[in-house]
Design a binder for this molecule. Structure first.
Ligand SMILES: Nc1ncnc2c1ncn2[C@@H]1O[C@H](COP(=O)(O)OP(=O)(O)OP(=O)(O)O)[C@@H](O)[C@H]1O
Length: 316
């Protein structure tokens, strides 16, 4: 388990973590989400004892990380997949890590096989793709068979097969009773793998609860495709609906506030042809965007608006 209590961290006068508290329980996959710059990596670094908070505490398995007698055996972490000497091979890197913790050499081969790097085990890491580096980082995290896993954007760069493999791995680790905390920006992927979702923004908790509760709290919508969208849009808005994506050239909109049945009735009254009418369950990505709307620090401008490039550049 992970326990974070009232963490405050300031960089150059800016409060990056603002009285942040949460608890991560074993036996489930917890997705750690938040916009760019929200403070996710900073939080993970504080949990791992890499930097000191101004105030507050972070413990893993009941103690500060630095007090763990053999950290690799308790906590497996992937914070930065590029943090391996480029001249080293996966085998040399993992072998060295294993020796620091008296982990049997056979375990190195085991984790290399598990992450699919057996054939590349003796090649220098400098020639590795991002996905291969991520696999190596995951292998290092698993090396000590730890009870707790902390993975910062582990899915980045993985190919579709790798993403599916990773999903199964996370599930298996959590089902074995381990604590799994995974940060990511890939909402669809997190919706598939997470049991619990923790969202932060500007160093504060925005949401912390089971995925199912979060989804149930979302707004159901209806996907509507019509050849006569302008007329439909007026009728729908008059009936109290909200429409998004209504600039779509192929006449597709997402309607909230009305049931599919009511939309169908309205279309019949208007004499409008309907090409698709599909109820859509709330999606994590939409709920997340709504949650973080106010807390997003970095946001791109709308492209091709002409003369607004400086505004976009200024915020980035
Ligand atoms: N060592 C540092 N010195 C100064 N500022 C820092 C330092 N580390 C992080 N920051 C700042 O803290 C803020 C939070 O960064 P952090 O990397 O924790 O965010 P994040 O949620 O992980 O973002 P991303 O999703 O982009 O990885 C950013 O504004 C970042 O510039």
């Amino acid at each position: 388990m992970i326990d974070v209590q009232r963490l405050v961290k300031t960089y150059a006068g800016r409060r990056i973590l603002d009285d942040l508290s949460f608890h991560v329980s074993p036996g489930r996959v917890t997705a750690f989400l938040g916009p760019n710059g929200a403070g996710k990596s900073t939080t993970l670094r504080m949990i791992m004892g890499l930097g000191r908070p101004d105030s507050g505490t972070a413990t893993v398995l009941g103690v500060p990380y630095r007090e763990l007698p053999a950290p690799l055996r308790s906590v497996g972490a992937l914070l930065d997949a590029s943090a391996v000497h480029p001249a080293r091979s996966p085998r040399a890197h993992l072998g060295w890590l294993a020796r620091t913790h008296r982990i049997a050499p056979a375990r190195v081969d085991e984790v290399l096989e598990l992450v699919g790097l057996t054939t590349a085990a003796r090649r220098p890491v400098r020639g590795f793709s991002l996905g291969m580096r991520q696999r190596l980082g995951i292998a290092a995290a698993l090396l000590g068979d730890p009870e707790l896993l902390i993975l910062d954007e582990p899915v980045n760069g993985l190919d579709p097969e790798g993403i599916r493999w990773f999903r199964t791995l996370m599930r298996a680790l959590a089902d074995e009773g381990r604590t799994v905390l995974v940060s990511s920006h890939l909402m669809n992927e997190m919706a598939l793998v997470a049991d619990h979702v923790l969202v932060i923004g500007q160093g504060r908790v925005l949401s912390d609860g089971p995925l199912g509760d979060l989804l149930r709290g979302g707004t159901p919508a209806v996907r509507l495709r019509s050849g006569q969208l302008p007329a439909m849009a007026v009728a729908l808005r008059n009936a109290g609906a909200e429409l998004t994506h209504d600039n779509s050239p192929n006449g597709l909109v997402l309607v909230t506030g009305l049931s599919a049945r009511r939309i169908g009735d309205l279309a019949a009254q208007q004499g409008c042809a309907i090409h698709e009418l599909t109820p859509v369950e709330p999606e994590l990505a939409d709920i997340y965007l709504r949650l973080t709307d106010e807390a997003a620090e970095y946001r791109a401008g709308t492209p091709f608006t002409g003369g607004r490039r400086s505004e976009v550049a200024g915020r980035a």
